[in-house]
Design a binder for this molecule. Structure first.
Ligand SMILES: Cc1ncc(COP(=O)(O)O)c(C=O)c1O
Ligand SMILES: N[C@@H](CCOP(=O)(O)O)C(=O)O
Length: 480
């Protein structure tokens, strides 16, 4: 499988393969990598995949995108990654061996697709654990090292650090918004004392941190000299790994491949739902992709109006679903590439506007007129909605959900899908204890292995949101 950039210039090698872009992250033209075509899944394959374990399914799907790792090695990596031991934080009564079980709130009608059973209690572990093993394998094969530069609003950071800690040849430099993550999220990241992990809290929002990651990646000389890599969903490997659980969820929610389902996805950087979009383009029978935002409703606005208007930091709300406090959604570029018939010139022109801090408007375009074909509907949720939803789900179903999953459920209830709806559970409640206390007047459930994490000593460098300062920090730690 060869990869292309959404902006047309994939760089060197001219037709990169999976391992090249795994290490490359952002394309050299500032665009995002995508496969040159989406592999199609036949009905026979769907039938055969229905009974596979998560690791077997991951191997079957990823084999379509990864053709430069020998199959036996890729299979071993999938088997090592997707184990019940790693994804052990399942709800009572659900099977860890399923890796991403469906927890039905209303049998056959409305379920939670449990994606937060991994080490850091958020859906990021689903892809990040695989990335950790892929990096280790590819770096060893090539005799290389990597310095990962990432940005987090709360969950990518800890998932990446847990997946990469102690990995040979890998350092992680993770930028987080100073003071804006929950105490639990901060503790997960800043309490790690591993020598290859560096936490930097920037005095800004997630979008500022993400801009720094892109600015550093776009300094090609620096990127090459210091071997800068990415673990955010700008890295295609993240999105590819996330495609798998849409298939797994579909099989769990249906009895035959003649049926359809809808997925409701709490969205910020558009990485998660982008994977759902690609699963649907591959042929998974998905009736609807329901996109939910919090008060930072840039994406909801686009799907309702055709206008994409990224907000500045001052206009970005600090909310009780903080991991979605994002106003410039990286992966949205991948979707717009598909929406515009995969025309890189058009995408480059639109993102020249975005990069200059401006909006773009597709409302009068023929492509937006035909957007229904992509199956998206959307909605937004507010703090009061989150509280009401967390209470309702606890009282009615005896299930405690986190604030991001609550945003999604609220929006799912707004849309009559006519098919089973799976709401993607993207984090566990314990990560957002303050809002759980406000909603339910009690402490969230906490896995025993994360007891007392907030009282561990923490290690973090606070810095202004300045790409040059981050580069200096990296140079000091890595050496010339
Ligand atoms: C808990 C949680 N839910 C939802 C999201 C939004 O996912 P995405 O950025 O892939 O749209 C994030 C972060 O991105 C998250 O951490
Ligand atoms: N919500 C994310 C933001 C980064 O998203 P990513 O999927 O692009 O890594 C976080 O928790 O950090």
């Amino acid at each position: 499988m060869k990869y292309i950039s959404t902006r047309g210039h994939a760089g060197q090698p001219a037709n990169p393969e999976f391992c090249d872009i795994l290490l490359g992250g952002l394309a050299p033209d500032g665009g995002l990598y995508l496969p040159e075509t989406y592999p199609q899944v036949t009905r026979a394959e769907l039938d055969a995949w229905r009974s596979l374990s998560y690791a077997e399914l991951a191997f079957a799907i990823l084999s379509k995108f990864i053709t430069d790792i020998p199959p036996a090695d890729l299979k071993a990596i999938c088997d090592k990654t997707y184990t019940a031991d790693v994804y052990r934080h399942v709800r009572q009564g659900d099977r860890a061996a399923d890796i991403t079980p469906v927890h039905w709130l209303e049998e056959g009608r409305l379920g939670l697709l449990e994606l937060s059973n991994g080490p850091t209690l958020a859906f990021k572990d689903m892809a990040m654990q695989l990335l950790g093993n892929l990096f280790e394998y590819v770096l060893a094969r090539r005799g290389e090292t990597i310095n990962i530069l990432g940005a987090t609003s709360g969950d990518t950071g800890s998932a990446a650090e847990y997946a990469m800690r102690g990995k040979h040849g890998v350092r992680v430099f993770m930028l987080s918004p100073h003071g804006l993550m929950s105490p639990f999220q901060r503790a997960q990241m800043y309490s790690l004392q591993d020598e290859n992990i560096f936490n930097i809290a920037v005095t800004g929002m997630f979008d500022d941190a993400q801009d720094i990651v892109k600015a550093v990646s776009n300094d090609h000389a620096f990127k090459a000299k210091y071997k800068i890599g990415a673990v955010n969903s700008i890295n295609w490997a993240r999105v590819a790994a996330q495609i798998v659980y849409y298939f797994k969820g579909y099989f769990a929610a249906t009895k035959s491949n003649d049926e359809q389902v809808a997925f409701c996805v709490p969205s910020g950087n558009f990485g998660n739902i982008c994977a759902g979009h690609i699963a649907r383009r591959m042929g998974l029978p998905v009736a609807k992709l329901i996109l939910a935002t919090n008060e930072n409703d840039v994406l909801d606005e686009f799907f309702r109006t055709g206008v994409y208007r990224p907000r500045k930091a001052a206009e970005t709300h600090v909310t009780s679903s903080p991991s979605m406090d994002i106003s410039k959604a990286s992966n949205f570029e991948r979707f717009v590439f598909d929406l515009l018939g995969r025309d890189p010139q058009k995408v480059a022109a639109l993102w020249a506007e975005v990069d200059a801090g401006r909006a773009f408007d597709l409302s009068a375009s023929p492509e937006f007129a035909a957007i229904a074909e992509f199956g998206f509907v959307s909605g937004a949720s507010r703090h009061a909605d989150r509280l009401a939803t967390i209470r309702k789900v606890f009282d009615q179903y005896g299930v405690m959900i986190d604030t991001h999953t609550a945003d999604a459920l609220k929006v799912a209830w707004q849309h009559e899908a006519g098919v089973p709806v799976l709401v993607l559970e993207t984090a566990l409640a314990v990560k957002f204890a303050e809002t759980i206390r406000e909603a339910l007047g009690r402490e969230p459930e906490r896995p025993a292995d994360l007891e007392g994490i907030e009282s561990l000593p923490q290690r973090v460098e606070v810095m202004a949101p300045d790409a040059d300062a981050v580069k200096r920090f990296i140079v000091d730690r890595v050496g010339a």
